[in-house]
Design a protein around this ligand. Structure first.
Ligand SMILES: [Zn+2]
Length: 300
């Protein structure tokens, strides 16, 4: 028994040496990248499911528990995951408060699209008030996300771990660059293809793949489709010969089907984030899946 006591004391003294860094991410897309960089030295927890609309996550008290002892909070920013702010306050964990070493806003350094010129009224429920926050759908931005997470890990980890994280980040970025060539080649025959989607999720995706983002079923981000807007969209799509509708997994199908029927367009249900479908289980397979679904649909 005496020895057991000694062993326990020794374990307590040594435990910080192998304790994992606790990284809490708001959405699985960020968790995927954080795991790539953190490897065995981190424990990654995700607050929201990839199957749900990331804009609207119910801030359940049970989520606060994960934040209480987090070393790093990783968020999308640009108000997409503003639902986490109240949870962070409730956790009272100052390590992850805004501006603390454990706070990582992955939108830092992103070239933001669709940033409104004037003030946007949120009264009607319009979202994207700081610009379009779906930036992870340009894989080039995956590099920026990775660099933001790496910087956060370096801030909160012992110096002895820095080379490990740096090497893993380098490996992730070089693999991503190789994959980007493949993905681009897969969709290159369809450059300039006009498409519509339900929500304005694909601005960064269209930017990378040179697709022509024609419109959305929602009249504005966060505002549900209206009869007048759908009628106008159908008219415009017919005139311009738009034949592709990308439908995010978590939106209702009926409006897309209605438009498809009138325009002869094809509805393709696609994941827009990691965890949205079984196939899109990490950042790489997200783009593998997206590019395959779209190229198969356009092949005819
Ligand atoms: Zn959005």
């Amino acid at each position: 028994m005496k020895n057991l006591g000694k062993i326990l004391v020794l374990l307590l003294i040594l435990s910080p040496l192998w304790a994992k860094i606790k990284v809490v991410c708001t959405i699985p897309t960020l968790s995927s990248i954080a795991s790539e960089i953190g490897g065995d030295k981190v424990e990654v927890i995700t607050l929201a499911s990839g199957e749900k609309d990331p804009h609207y996550v119910e801030p359940r008290p049970s989520l606060v528990v994960h934040l209480r002892d987090a070393d790093l909070l990783v968020k999308v920013g640009m108000d997409l995951d503003m639902w986490v702010d109240a949870l962070v306050d409730a956790s009272r964990n100052t390590k992850i408060f805004w501006g603390s070493p454990g706070y990582v806003d992955c939108s830092v350094g992103i070239k933001k699209l669709e940033v409104p010129k004037g003030r946007v009224s949120m009264k009607e429920g319009e979202i994207h008030v700081y610009g379009n926050p779906h930036y992870w759908l340009n894989p080039q931005n995956g590099e920026i996300i990775a660099k933001n997470i790496l910087a956060g890990l370096l801030r909160v980890s012992p110096a002895s771990d820095h080379a490990y994280f740096q090497a893993r980040a380098d490996r992730f970025i070089s693999r991503l660059r190789d994959k980007m060539k493949q993905w681009r080649a897969k969709l290159s025959p369809y450059k300039g293809t006009k498409f519509v989607s339900y929500h304005r999720s694909f601005s960064y995706f269209a930017q990378f793949f040179d697709l022509d983002y024609f419109g959305t079923l929602e009249p504005k981000p966060g505002i549900p489709p209206s009869t007048a807007h759908i009628a106008e969209l159908i008219r415009d799509m017919k005139r311009e010969g738009v034949r592709l509708i990308l439908l995010e997994t978590y939106y209702p199908r009926k409006f897309a089907d209605m438009v498809a029927k009138e325009t002869d367009a094809k509805v393709v249900v696609v994941p827009t984030a990691v965890g949205a479908t079984k196939e899109a289980h990490d950042y790489f397979s997200l783009f593998d899946t997206l590019t395959s679904l779209i190229s198969n649909a356009l092949k005819g």
